[in-house]
Design a protein around this ligand. Structure first.
Ligand code: NAD
Ligand code: ZN
Length: 362
């Protein structure tokens, strides 16, 4: 098991290890003696891992309740949070008890939000089961729900008390979800750690072989290393900028264009896919301007291709710009973008909306 310590206003550990789920009773019992647990999950994840998790907790004599909600972004609302809060009350959960978010980013964001406001805030544990939530959503303390079709309009900063990541839970993830998570992994590689690019290549190679099942131990090992590396970077960035006012913006590499593509295609292109294309668009323009080494974009495209991610923008430059403008209209004329640099990492560049057009080479 690897441990990444996150030194935010309330510090916590992220545990990464294959098979950790089986040891959950001990992990929770030791860290939160005497606490009752309330497990929140979406219906998919509850049906796959709920029984195992609840059994592990009860075997360790931990009183455990649970609730599941319908999967999907449509459920990420105040209404679902209200139902979680009512159930917490009905189950007589107190400030000494804990909420366990078992699932993807939607579960983590909502269970974390409920934890942050129930009885003015109780502790919660993240058990991410998607690659995206393992490397991104579960660490950093952003919680929240959507409102009126707009993403994450309501929320809090509320750090988890512990994050437990078992890469074996990702065996059951649909391929498209794995690929989307890998887009975020590659993003970390681009902004901070070239070793992540090598490991991503390795994973693509292993995952390509026909005997994937037999190789799963190798997949788990590579995933463990990748997740630990990404979480370490997220931890550093979040420690430096817990409230997202500056450096945390680096994590947005590929996201400005990515969000625009998601929006322009009405969600046909998923978040991770948009990020993959967005990174290629920014790399291409940075390379054309001599801001990053020659060949950078081709190498990025090769890695993303190998992971089954799209690299070609499905909409026009004008559509991308229009979606970005609509998004940024209240934030004034300047916009921060993240571009690859000549140190082999990424830098934040502040541009006005007119110069932004020069950076969108689709
Ligand atoms: N808080 C943050 O910092 C942060 C960062 C990034 C994204 N997010 C949020 O995260 C959400 C997206 O997260 P996501 O991609 O994990 O989505 P998700 O939670 O909807 O999970 C994706 C799908 O995979 C299923 N699933 C989850 N784990 C599974 C498993 N192990 N096996 C089989 N199926 C499984 C889920 O039921 C769901 O259908 C968005 O709402 C986004 O706003 C938050
Ligand atoms: Zn993202």
């Amino acid at each position: 098991m690897n441990i990444v310590h996150v030194n935010t206003s309330t510090p916590y550990d992220v545990l990464v290890g294959t098979g950790l789920l089986a040891d959950l009773g001990n992990l929770i019992g030791r860290r939160f003696p005497g606490a009752k647990c309330f497990v929140v999950s979406d219906a998919n994840v509850m049906s796959i891992y709920g029984a195992q998790v609840i059994r592990a907790l009860r075997e360790a004599h931990i009183e455990t309740r649970s609730l599941s909600f319908a999967p999907g972004e449509e459920s990420k609302t105040m209404k679902t949070v209200e139902s979680i809060l009512s159930e917490l009350k009905r189950s007589e959960m107190t400030r000494s008890d804990i909420i366990i978010a078992l699932g993807g980013g939607i579960t983590g964001d909502m269970a974390g939000f409920a934890a942050s406001i129930y009885l003015r805030g109780i502790r919660f544990v993240q058990i991410p089961t998607t690659l995206l939530s393992a490397v991104d959503a579960s660490v950093g303390g952003k919680t929240g729900v959507n409102m009126g079709g707009h993403k994450n309009q309501i929320g809090t900063f509320w750090q988890p008390s512990m994050v437990i990541i078992d890469p074996a839970t990702m065996d059951t993830l649909p391929g498209r979800e794995v690929a989307c998570g890998m887009a975020e992994v590659v993003k970390y590689g681009c902004i901070r750690d070239p070793k992540i690019m090598e490991l991503s290549d390795e994973l693509a190679e292993v995952a390509k072989t026909p005997s994937f099942g037999e190789q799963s131990e190798m997949v788990h090992q590579i995933l463990e290393q990748l997740i630990e590396a990404c979480v370490s970077i997220k931890a550093q960035v979040v420690e430096a900028d817990e409230r997202d006012t500056g450096e945390r913006m680096l994590l947005n590499f590929g996201h400005t264009v990515g969000h625009a593509i998601e929006k322009a295609t009405g969600g046909q292109v998923q978040h991770g896919e948009g990020v993959a294309i967005g990174m290629v668009v920014m790399a291409r323009s940075a390379e054309a301007k001599g801001m990053c080494p020659a060949g950078y974009t081709d190498n990025l495209i090769r890695i993303l291709d190998g992971l089954g991610l799209p690299t070609v923008c499905p909409v026009s430059k004008e559509e991308v710009l229009q979606a970005i403008r609509a998004d940024k209209k209240r934030a004034g004329q300047m916009i921060s973008i993240v571009v690859p640099d000549n140190q082999g990492l990424c830098s934040i560049v502040l541009v006005d909306m007119d110069s932004l057009a020069d950076f969108i080479l689709v």
